[in-house]
Write a protein that binds this ligand. Structure first.
Ligand code: PGA
Ligand code: ZN
Length: 439
């Protein structure tokens, strides 16, 4: 007898912030049961598929998800029961076809994300496979380089920093496990440095420290000192990565990127970023310009697109239709796609967006949300996609650590087949490519 989906159950749970979130359990006719849970963002892109929230102020300040849970238990369960869990594309397609809003607003991208991952997990388990094998097939063996957050700013912390994410990338490490050891050592060293200077070592939403610093340079200098004091070489073994999340400080055509000082127009912002890239070994900048400001994106690409990775998050929202703006015959303004499953609502859609980016010479980075959970499925997605990068947040807090820990296991499970690409992951950066740093 063919194995089919026999039960789909939704539940309300909480994420790391903590806000309510949707959880799903999927049972198969062979008795396999699996679970998954949806994350939730704060600096969301306008083109994201919609989360369904109740808006009832008497419960969870309006953020309850009983309506989304109800959609899982009724409309989604009805179409999925009896379907094969192994044809995830058909399952995800059937779920999305229920919704006529064009943005999953009726059943909720928070419902579909949890169900999609629960089905994928159940299918993998029923076959005795790991999730990354089920999603990526027998050739999936590339570990991503982790972007580890050391400072939280912007909407992820109540501090002075406007740039949302200051990160380290351990590009010189020989393996994923070694890379994480380096990051943990740097993280503790940074805590020592902050304490010495009288700064708090409390953390923001994604586990990075959240001190009130005077400038972005001060933040980068702390990051640089920590790397060197921990015994690593900045720019060779560990480099910097930023997610400015520029939409969050873009107002009236001006970018307030520094904690104090005058805001900058688009050209000023590009000069400012170029100057930072000249002074510090920054090799990737995400959302360097606001999502609606494609002129600044284009200018940034003209100035920096050869030298560093320019990652599109809010501007693409993991959506193939939005990604098409950046592909021929249109002009290229970003060279890397950020992949967040709940931005687009299903595992299949997220994976296909990643594959489309790869097919056009772009790199991909699979990402957390700032409200995240104990679920680590996107770590498997990163390996399935052969993504060069993953952004799990800092190495502190278990909602972030769960992804690092899952990748430790995946590297171990892959054994000799595991590939940690290091610098080679930057294949979309022409200068590094030309120097043979990336191939
Ligand atoms: P978000 O932030 O989950 O709050 O949107 C993460 C990111 O911008 O990468
Ligand atoms: Zn982002």
């Amino acid at each position: 007898m063919d194995v089919v989906i026999s039960k789909v159950v939704g539940m309300e749970g909480i994420d790391s912030r903590p806000n309510p979130t949707t959880m799903a359990m999927v049972e198969l006719s062979d008795g396999t049961k699996e679970y998954a849970i949806s994350p939730s963002g704060a600096s969301t892109g306008e083109g994201e598929q919609h989360e369904k929230r109740d808006g009832d102020r008497a419960r969870y300040r309006g953020k309850g998800v009983l309506g989304a849970v109800e959609a899982i238990n009724t409309r989604i369960a009805k179409v999925l029961i009896g379907m094969s869990p192994f044809d995830l594309m058909a399952v995800d397609g059937a779920m999305c076809a229920i919704d006529t809003s064009g943005n999953l607003g009726e059943i909720g991208a928070n419902s579909t994300t949890a169900v999609s991952y629960a089905v994928a997990r159940a299918a993998a388990r029923s076959r005795g496979q790991e999730l990354f094998e089920f999603l990526g097939g027998p050739t999936a063996c590339r570990l991503p380089v982790p972007f580890c957050k050391f400072f939280d700013g912007g909407m992820h912390a109540g501090n002075s920093l406007r740039i949302q994410e200051f990160m380290w990338a351990p590009v010189g490490a020989p393996t994923f496990a070694e890379a994480v050891r380096w990051l943990v050592e740097c993280f503790h060293t940074l805590a020592d440095l902050l304490k010495k200077e009288g700064h708090p070592t409390t953390v923001g939403d994604e586990g990075g420290f959240a001190p009130n610093l005077e400038s972005n340079r001060e933040a980068l200098d702390f990051g640089a000192q920590a790397v060197e004091k921990a015994g690593y070489t900045l720019g060779e073994q560990i480099c910097f990565v930023l997610d400015t999340a520029a939409s969050t400080f873009f107002e009236g055509g001006q970018y307030a990127i520094e904690p104090s000082g005058d805001p900058l127009d688009g050209a000023g912002l590009v000069n400012y970023l170029e100057d930072l890239v000249d002074k510090y070994p920054i090799f990737s900048i995400e959302d360097g310009a606001a999502e609606g400001d494609l002129d600044t994106w284009q200018m940034m690409h003209n100035h920096l697109g050869n030298r560093i990775q320019l990652v599109g998050d809010d501007v693409f929202c993991t959506n193939r239709r939005l990604l098409a703006q950046n592909l021929p015959p249109n002009n290229r303004f970003a060279n890397c796609l950020l992949v967040k499953t709940n931005q687009i609502g299903t595992v299949t859609r997220a994976k296909r967006a990643g594959e489309m980016a790869h097919a056009h010479g772009m790199t991909t980075c699979v990402s957390q949300r700032s409200g995240d959970t104990e679920g680590a499925e996107y770590a498997d997605l990163a390996v399935a996609l052969g993504s060069g990068f993953i952004k799990p947040g800092s190495v502190a807090r278990s909602d972030r650590g769960a992804k690092y820990n899952r990748l430790f296991w995946i590297e171990r499970l892959l054994g000799k087949r595991a590939v940690y690409p290091g610098w080679q992951a930057f294949t979309s950066v022409p200068t590094l490519y030309a120097k043979g740093v990336a191939t």
